[in-house]
Design a protein around this ligand. Sequence first.
Ligand code: GUN
Length: 285
Amino acid sequence: MVAHVISGKDIAQKMREEMAQEVEQLKQRHIVPHLTVVILGEDPASHSYVKGKKKACTQTGISSDVIELPDTTSEQALLDIIDQLNHDDAVHGILVQLPLPKHIDEQHIIEAISPEKDVDGFHPVSVGRMITGQDTFLPCTPHGIIELIKSQQIDIKGKHAVVIGRSNIVGKPVGQLLLNEHATVTYCHSKTENLQQYTLKADILIAAVGKANVIKAEHVKPGAVVIDVGVNRLDDGTLTGDVDFDEVKEIASYITPVPKGVGPMTITMLLKNTIKAAKGLGKGD
Ligand code: GUN
């Protein structure tokens, strides 16, 4: 079997076109969705992500601005800015780009953002609502993964999903979203003994390991759906996933590439959350 390659790029593009129409309709009601991104320091990768987010907003008709602060900014100064943004009715979504400098407690910052503007879905209120299956902002990468799987009409219900990785941003929430879709979920991580005994039982395998090409054909059950969340930069500058694409595509039924797989969906879900915030949380998606 040679896997069908799921093009996150194409699916994201289609969703963004639909969202642009929705934004147009909101504007007719004098609602202009607005995202404010806050970034500290000069990390080139973070600046590149923020640039991508801003560009995607512009293309979709969403208004956005970026507050750039020095990496010496104090935690209190950042909390004060978030407080202002929380009270600014023109700002619907707030995103503080992570990671933050070491002297700032990320959890303090995440918890300072109003849950009504938490377009990252990282606030404990959002996480709690997600776990209990309520309407909320879902974290962007996990939500994008679910949308990718659904776009192929793949039935999640009753399937065995194995998630490799347990970060708060990807691993833990994607397992929860798969559970919400009635999958049976197994979590594996860096301390898991004999990883292969679990991965070989996966109907849906989510690789969020953070190491280039570590998931080989020998880890994958024939016919499995393989979602690669890895973004690893090799010494020669090329971007590669956690999954050995060339090997695994020969036995999987579906596989996502890197780049142009999960990546474009993450920003798309941020746009979706910003529109949701503009409409008001709890007023439909
Ligand atoms: N840094 C890397 N990914 C993300 C993300 O999804 N949200 C935020 N706020 N920072 C990030």
